[in-house]
Structures are given as C-alpha cells and as structure tokens.
Write a protein that binds this ligand. Structure first.
Ligand SMILES: [Fe+2]
Ligand SMILES: [Fe+2]
Length: 308
C-alpha cells in the first residue's frame, strides 16, 4: 500500500454520507427522558428558610468537586456549540448533528442543577459563582481543522461519560435520584461518543496520515473540559484522588479503547510524518502508563504504612 499524503482528502466533503448515516443511527435509538420526571420535587426545602450547609448531604471533597466541575462543564455548552459549528456549512449533516447534540447537552445541565438544588449535595452559591466566572470567560478548546476536532470530541465524550458514571457510583446508595440522573446523562454521553468515535474511524479509512497526526496532537494536549472553572486544578486533583477521573481513567477508559477501535497500531500507508506521530504517540502512552504505575505503587505503600 502506498502512503496517503496527509491532507490530500477533503474530509468534510468525504465524511458527509457517514455523518448522515451516524446521525440517523443516533435518532433511531432514542433515549427519551424528561428532566422534570427525574426529580423528587416534594423532597426540596426552601433555601431562604434553610440555608445550605455541608451537613445537608455528606460527601467527600472529591465527589463534590466532580459534581461541581461536571455541571459547570455542561453549563458551558454555548461556547462548545460555537466552536464546533464553524467547521461545517449549514446544510452539512454535521451541522444538523450539532444542533441535536446541543439540544441533548442542554438537558444535562438542567436536570443536574435540579437534582443539585433538591438534594443539596453541593453549595448552590459556590456553584452559581463558579458558573458566572466560567461563562464570563467562555474558555473551550478551539480547532483549526476537522481532523483535530473529531479526534478531540471522541475522547472528550468518552471522558465525560466515564466521569458521570464514576461520580454516580460514589453517591450514597439511598440517593437513587442522583444515581439515576447521572446514569441518564452518562447514557447520552455514550451515544455522543459513538457518533464521534465512528465518524473518526471513517476519517481514518479516508485519510490515515492526517488522522494519525491529529490524534497524536489531541492525546498529547488532552485536558478535561473545564479549564475556565475557578480552582480547576484543585478540583481536578481531588477528582483524580477519588478515583473518578484522572490519568489512569484517561489511559484505560479513553485512550486505550479509541486507539484500539481506530486500529492505530496496524494502520498502513502512513506518510513519514504520520509514522513519526504514531511513534511519538506510543512513547507518550508508555510514559503515561509508567506514571500511573508509580502512583499506584505510592498509594499501595501509603495504605500499607497506614495499616502497619
Ligand atoms: Fe453532557
Ligand atoms: Fe455529550
């Protein structure tokens, strides 16, 4: 097989049919749910009569940080939509998909906030102050081309699914409402992931060299959405320590499955630049694996010392 010169394919045009097929597949497998039906409204209390206190809902700092950053990320949707919309003309199936996606993502912040206010699981004042800062900044990743965009969004949807799923698993068993809300959101994220993951797979079939270079860039610079959130680093550290989302999950639950699905290891016909990108990617993954291993060993040693 001869090498495909990167960029020789018009991905936007060539992916039009596949984007339409995947969009229809998404619509044919609806997960219809209504935000208002997920909330036990009678269990709420008036914040004016009973101001929020941490003891209203006992949770570790890591789980509170996860709820806070996950919800603020959903709130930041307008800027994601703006960032994505510019990559396809109005009549392209990718644009129709983005409108559907925006509609579904918008529901996530609505239902999460309803649950947060009813359950009192995190401080509502802190949440609103965070929303004001985050949305005044409007920081979201920007992409210069479609290859980088779909590579990133595939991983981001998967990462978001994992973060919501793992947060749900850390809630008290008796909070069935919260577990249900986060499970519904994680289910939507799974469907979003499937759309972008399979679109990216089709792009790999069309132009492996361009996609290889794009994926290498996006894995290298990947950060969970939310860098504009106040104290984001502090929250990210807490969330990782809690085992909800960190380098370990990024490696095992995000990077590994997508690279396997795109069959990155066995791609043929790569340009010299793309081959370099593939080598760099696997070197980076080895470094991440070593970092995860070191952290696990340190945690095990600390646990052993604590019980000695
Ligand atoms: Fe979402
Ligand atoms: Fe999503």
């Amino acid at each position: 097989m001869t090498a495909t010169p990167a960029g020789s394919v018009n991905l936007l045009e060539e992916l039009s049919g596949e984007a339409e097929r995947l969009f229809n597949r998404h619509l044919e497998a609806p997960r219809l749910w209504f935000p208002h039906e997920q909330i036990d409204w009678g269990s709420g209390e008036d914040f004016k009569e009973k101001p929020w206190e941490a003891t209203d809902y006992e949770l570790s700092d890591g789980v509170r940080s996860a709820i806070y950053t996950n919800l603020l990320t959903e709130d930041n949707l307008p800027y994601y939509t703006e960032s994505i919309m510019g990559h396809a003309p109005k009549d392209h199936p990718l644009n129709a998909w983005t409108r559907q996606w925006t509609m579904e993502e918008n529901k996530h912040s609505m239902v999460m906030r309803d649950w947060v206010h009813i359950s009192r699981c995190i401080n509502p004042t802190l949440l609103e102050e965070g929303r004001v800062v985050q949305m005044s900044t409007g920081m979201v990743p920007q992409f210069t081309n479609l290859a980088d965009l779909i590579s990133y969004v595939s991983m981001q949807e998967r990462a978001t699914q994992i973060a919501h799923r793992n947060t749900a698993s850390k809630l008290p068993k008796e909070d069935k409402q919260g577990r249900n809300v986060l499970a519904l959101i994680a289910g939507d994220e799974t469907k979003h992931y499937m759309f972008y993951r399979d679109l990216t797979k089709a792009a790999f079939d069309l132009d492996p060299s361009t996609m290889m270079e794009a994926v290498n860039r996006q894995v290298e610079h990947f950060a969970m959405p939310g860098v504009g959130i106040p104290n984001f680093t502090k929250h990210a550290v807490r969330i990782a320590k809690e085992g909800i989302y960190g380098v370990q999950q990024f490696l095992q639950d995000v990077v590994t499955p997508v690279l396997e699905l795109w069959d990155v290891e066995h791609l043929e016909g790569l340009s010299a630049e793309a081959e370099k990108a593939r080598i760099a990617l696997f070197e980076m993954i080895d470094k991440l694996k070593a970092a995860v291993e070191r952290t696990a060993q340190k945690a095990a040693a600390q646990a052993a010392a604590a019980t000695a």
